[in-house]
Design a protein around this ligand. Structure first.
Ligand SMILES: [Zn+2]
Length: 344
């Protein structure tokens, strides 16, 4: 059997959430965050035929790797066992290889050789290969951006979407928004069941993480389109894109000079997720952070605000939140002037 470094196993095991989403057992929207990350999902056991959902994803299980536990059929799986069950791969070495193929590498030759101890080096090598493929796809889609009025109807301007490199996949009828490492593809047709998609086998990462190096207020939202709406109105925003990126954001926030405004959609589990993220940012990284209940009232989120009121009114709303923030009373180096909280 292949020797698997414990760190490598742990890192790959974190992709269980992605695997559940890609297997259709839950959606990104279905994820919920409590003290630890947990959410109800359909049982991923093909033999169970679970309806209604009776399984739970447990992101921070006491034994380390995230697991999914079905209360109905009683099974517990980590990523590797689940791959074994779903893809009929009984050997642990096969499961690791498949996990590696999905989340460690796109390159078959890399997947069949012994997993090196230095995962980071391999990740980067693989990322370069993926980057080319993804970059090409984004470039192609950018040629078609004028073939959809999806963004125009929501209040985005042509200059803005072109400057941000948005694209349109004519075949799949999806708006393509580049993220820090890849892209998200948003359904432009209301009959599409999966609204947000991301490329298979690669972590979609955050949107706008470069803002973490800047001073001033930065809004944290869940979806890339919401982040863009805020930026169209002159604010700065970071999108999580995936619930599994919460940890990434927390780790990147270390030493950031930004003030964080956590403004998720106004529904119960997103509010809980926002509250939890705020607490972690404050407790772990000690960054100034403010959590807003119902930040985009009377609308669901910044995108809806932009589409209903236009960027001028959204800009006023953003500025108001920044100016009223109690974080401005926290003495900080360099950025004492309240008016500079928002940068254009
Ligand atoms: Zn089950």
């Amino acid at each position: 059997m292949r020797y698997v470094d414990e760190n490598v196993k742990n890192e790959m095991g974190l992709y269980l959430a992605d695997y559940l989403i890609e297997s259709g057992c839950t959606t990104l929207d279905g994820f919920e965050m409590r003290n630890n990350i947990s959410c109800k999902v359909s049982c991923p056991n093909p033999a169970h035929g679970d309806n209604p959902p009776s399984a739970y994803y447990l992101g921070n299980w006491r034994y380390g790797n995230p697991v999914v536990h079905c209360r109905s059929c009683g099974n517990v799986w980590d990523l590797f066992r689940l791959i074994g069950v779903r893809e009929n791969l009984p050997e642990f070495s096969q499961q690791v290889e498949r996990a590696w193929e999905l989340y460690g590498s796109r390159d078959r030759s890399a997947a069949t050789r012994t997993v090196p101890k230095n995962l980071q080096a391999v990740r980067e090598e693989v990322a370069t290969e993926d980057k080319v493929r993804i970059q090409q796809y984004i470039l192609n889609s950018q040629q078609n951006i004028l073939q959809t009025d999806f963004w125009r109807k929501r209040g985005f301007t042509e200059d803005f979407v072109k400057a941000r490199g948005l694209g349109y996949d004519v075949q799949k009828k999806r708006l393509i928004i580049p993220t820090d490492t890849a892209y998200v593809a948003i359904a432009t047709q209301s009959d599409e069941s999966v609204c947000y998609k991301s490329p298979k086998g690669i972590s979609v990462s955050l949107s706008g993480s470069t803002h973490l190096k800047e001073q001033g207020g930065v809004f944290v939202v869940e979806r890339a389109l919401d982040a863009l709406a805020i930026e169209q109105a002159g604010g700065r925003a970071i999108a999580l894109n995936s619930v599994s990126n919460v940890t990434l954001l927390i780790s990147l926030a270390k030493d950031s000079p930004s003030w964080f405004f956590i403004t998720f959609d106004n529904d119960e589990f997103r509010q809980r997720m926002g509250n939890d993220l705020s607490t972690k940012l404050f407790v772990i990284q000690r960054v100034p952070v403010e959590f807003y209940y119902d930040a985009w009232h009377p609308y669901k989120g910044p995108t809806e605000w932009l589409s209903m009121e236009g960027h001028g009114r959204l800009s006023d709303h953003i500025e108001k939140m920044l100016l009223e923030s109690h974080m401005l009373d926290i003495p900080r180096k360099q950025n004492g002037k309240r008016k500079e909280a928002i940068s254009r």
